[in-house]
Ligand binder design. Structure first.
Ligand SMILES: Nc1ncnc2c1ncn2[C@@H]1O[C@H](COP(=O)(O)OP(=O)(O)O)[C@@H](O)[C@H]1O
Ligand code: SF4
Ligand SMILES: [Mg+2]
Length: 346
């Protein structure tokens, strides 16, 4: 296979608010705006940002649980929007999801064994013996005893329930798992165990993750690359180490300043920004971060900053910290064919 496992191009999702019978224009929630990224096999791409910035909407669009307003999602180079029903079924085996709240995402009337073997049985019938063997294997893979297979979700701890959610996602041997706030509801010590389990599974099975979290500490532990979202847009996408060592976008910087610092030798940057995230129904013109940004200049109030590639491999959308190169006005050679700003940068 050539090319990335997952490629997201200019993904946009607007939710209309009301029917707007009497109004000419229906107001919309701009949940996701022009988001582009790719994920390689065996890689973890984290998506981080404050509540409401569009992270879960991206996850839903990737899983085709919602239809995009614009943009494309490609798996192994195939646009999932064009898949027929049987092709979609096959594709669903490649991509699985782990949710934040394992309790509400697990059927309370099914046993652990039934829950984790159900995805396989949706594709092929299993004998009683096969089902037991598969349940035992999956439970062991997520560090649980096979004896747990007869327990109901209510008889398990929060950490065990999340392990069960992961086992269910593993059942179809996916190439990619999308984990939306998968450890956010757990105690810190259990969080660490689950994150280490995901890292082990990635090493053993080469699974790629899109790992969504509002918690930078978690992201730093697990990510290869990190996309920072603000009000529906990616504002910085960088290798994990580079992002934490030297955030470039003022919002990334503010998030890192606001996060608890586990390493006391790490130097704090400037002060965290004040103010609330604006409404995605009526986002500020220009750079959506400008009302809160200490570096804002006039241009920020007018023009949306494009994502600009930096020398260290990251992309940043900021007029001040990553100004776009001015276009060459006169050239003897024909200009290159214009492409969406996302292509080739991620
Ligand atoms: N089905 C929906 N209808 C209308 N607005 C929605 C819907 N789902 C999400 N939103 C809005 O889209 C924005 C992004 O939400 P979400 O993707 O859940 O953010 P996050 O996961 O980062 O907290 C929020 O303003 C949210 O209220
Ligand atoms: S574009 Fe302007 S307002 Fe936006 S982050 Fe950069 S400096 Fe701040
Ligand atoms: Mg969410």
């Amino acid at each position: 296979m050539t090319g990335p496992l997952l490629k997201v191009e200019n993904l946009t999702k607007h939710y209309p608010l009301g029917a707007g019978i009497l109004k000419k224009t229906i107001p919309v929630v701009r949940a996701v705006e022009d988001v582009s990224f790719s994920v390689e096999a065996g890689e973890t791409l984290c998506i981080v940002g404050e509540s409401g910035c569009g992270k879960s909407t991206v996850a839903r669009l990737l899983m085709r649980l919602a239809e995009p307003t614009a943009g494309r999602v490609l798996i192994d180079g195939t646009d999932i929007a064009g898949l027929k029903k049987h092709e979609l079924r096959a594709w669903r085996r490649r991509m699985q999801m782990v949710f934040q709240d394992p309790y509400s995402s697990l059927n309370p009337r099914l046993t652990a064994g039934q829950i984790i073997t159900e995805p396989v049985e949706n594709f092929e019938p299993l004998s009683w013996k096969q089902r037991k063997a598969l349940a035992a294997e999956l439970l062991q893979q997520v560090g649980m005893s096979p004896q747990m297979m007869d327990r109901l979700p209510s008889e398990l701890s929060g950490g065990q329930r999340q392990r069960l959610g992961i086992a269910r996602a593993l059942a179809l041997q996916p190439a990619l798992i999308i984990a939306d706030e998968a450890v956010s509801a757990l105690d810190v010590s259990v969080q660490a165990q689950i994150l280490n389990l995901l890292l082990d599974l990635q090493q053993q099975m080469g699974i790629a993750f899109v790992f969504i979290s509002h918690d930078l500490g978690v992201v730093e532990h697990i990510g290869h690359r990190v996309a920072v979202m603000y009000l529906g847009r990616i504002v910085e996408l960088a290798p994990c180490e580079a992002l934490f060592a030297k955030p470039v976008h003022p919002y990334t910087e503010a998030l890192i300043v606001a996060a608890p610092v586990p390493d006391p030798t790490r130097v704090r940057l400037a002060a965290p920004v004040d103010g609330e995230v604006p409404s995605p129904v009526n986002p500020p013109r220009g750079c959506a971060f400008h009302p809160r940004c200490p570096l804002a200049v006039e241009r920020c109030r007018i023009e949306v900053p494009p994502l600009v590639p930096m020398a260290d491999g990251r992309v940043v959308a900021c007029h001040v910290r990553a100004p776009a190169q001015p276009e060459v006005a006169v050239s003897a050679r024909p200009p290159p064919v214009a492409e969406p700003h996302s292509s080739g940068l991620f």
